[in-house]
Design a protein around this ligand. Structure first.
Ligand SMILES: CSC[C@H]1O[C@H](OP(=O)(O)O)[C@H](O)[C@@H]1O
Length: 397
């Protein structure tokens, strides 16, 4: 099976970076060259590349490519090179505000070049090489981390929902958290991939995820690509799906698995708009099952790398939620379908009157109390007796 690749990077003197333009998916697979941090910033802002881990990696590598080719920088000394890198990282962080992964990467990369530049024998070249090596490592580490998230999350679901262990899990996911949102494999979609790999997936449902349609355009594309048993639903169908199957042991939903853009110290989780609205539905469904049927309820699992955890922010109230352009809600872009064939050229159609007020937050915050588990590459945490997620254990504390 050919692997879906959102990020293509070639190292060395003629380093290059290409991103799969996700605005064109699922109809076209087109790669775009990203020769500098300026193009990296624009691709992230326009959401040609998206997903918290992918944003951080594309930003870091876009600067690596810029450093490999910019002659002015090549001739600069250690201190000037460091200043250039730190200024460009600060600029890249302004592209999108909610996901913490980019901020986290910029802070770590900035500290690394600071340390290198203060060495006695530091040169412009050594500072540049320190940066390039560390940003290239991010691409490698992300795939390994996602595979571990997948394993940990799959094991946790099978341990906590016995009917899933018996007949394979039925899961719902929201937005796109797969190979397209990361360096490969995915976070929440990585959990689904791991269930499938161990023959423990019964069925995966993906929501459309309005307004950008990451679910119908991207997750459905990945699920079909990997031949994973799956069904697409609109966001508004999730309640009906869960209620309909509530008392059918074979079809009951066992877990809702979502990604995260920022998890604060208390476990509150910012994720794609619509995540929070899945929770009351599932809570109600669980309550109903518990009272009437005394059976296992479904679990709500957040799957993310540790770089999505922000212990510096106390709660979801401290998260900046990105608001995007009204046109993303009003306009739909895609190729014309003539009843038989999908045409080559994309058109844009309007689904609402021009001039209507639009509210378009890209993310919502799910309160920690409604989440059952948070899975990272380092394991899974559940709430302790006082209702807190011991997130610091992920960092060895
Ligand atoms: C593993 S990706 C996490 C995250 O990224 C998505 O947001 P966006 O498409 O706006 O970048 C979404 O919230 C996913 O869960």
């Amino acid at each position: 099976m050919n692997v879906l690749q959102a990020i293509r990077y070639t190292p060395g003197d003629s380093a290059s970076l290409q991103i799969l333009d996700q605005l064109q998916l699922p109809h076209r697979s087109e790669y775009e060259d990203i020769p500098s941090a300026t193009e990296g910033w624009a691709a992230i802002k326009e959401m040609k590349t998206r997903g918290a881990p992918a944003i951080a990696i594309v930003a870091a590598l876009s600067l690596a490519v810029e450093l490999a080719h910019n002659d002015n920088i090549k001739s600069a000394d250690a201190s000037k090179t460091k200043e250039h890198i730190q200024a460009r990282l600060k600029y890249l962080v302004t592209s999108r505000p909610t996901a913490v992964n980019l901020e986290d990467a910029a802070r770590k990369l900035s500290a690394l070049v600071e340390a290198e530049a203060t060495k006695e024998n530091a040169t412009g070249l050594s500072v540049r090489q320190t940066y390039i090596k560390a940003s290239e490592q991010m691409l490698v580490d992300d795939v390994k981390d996602n595979e571990a998230i997948g394993r940990n999350g799959a094991e946790w679901i099978l341990k906590h929902v016995s009917r899933a262990n018996k007949r394979g899990a039925n899961v719902i996911t929201h937005c796109n958290t797969g190979s397209l949102a990361t360096a490969g494999y995915g976070t929440a979609l990585g959990v689904i991939r791991a269930l499938q790999a161990s023959n423990k997936l019964s069925h995966a449902y993906c929501t459309e995820t309005r307004p950008y349609n990451q679910g119908s355009r991207l997750t459905a594309y990945e699920l079909a690509h990997d031949k994973i048993p799956s069904t697409l639903i609109t966001d508004s169908m999730a309640a009906a799906l869960m209620n309909l199957n509530l008392n059918d042991e074979d079809k009951a939903i066992d877990a809702i698995v979502v990604g995260a853009d920022r998890v604060t110290a208390n476990g509150d989780t910012a994720n794609k708009i619509g995540t929070y609205s899945l929770v009351p539905i599932y809570t109600y469904a669980n309550l109903y099952r518990a009272v009437l049927a005394k059976r296992h309820g479904a679990k709500f699992l957040v799957a993310a790398p540790r770089t999505s955890i922000d212990l510096t922010r106390a709660s979801g109230k401290d998260i900046t939620i990105e608001h995007r352009a009204p046109d993303e809600v009003i306009l739909v872009k895609g190729p014309v379908f003539d009843g038989t064939n999908v045409q080559d050229e994309a058109v844009t159609v309007s689904t609402a009157p021009r001039g209507i007020n639009v509210w378009n937050p890209a993310f919502d915050v799910t309160p920690a109390e409604l989440i059952d588990g948070i899975v990272t590459e380092a394991g899974v945490v559940e709430k302790d007796e006082s209702g807190n997620f011991p997130l610091s254990t992920f960092f060895g504390n």
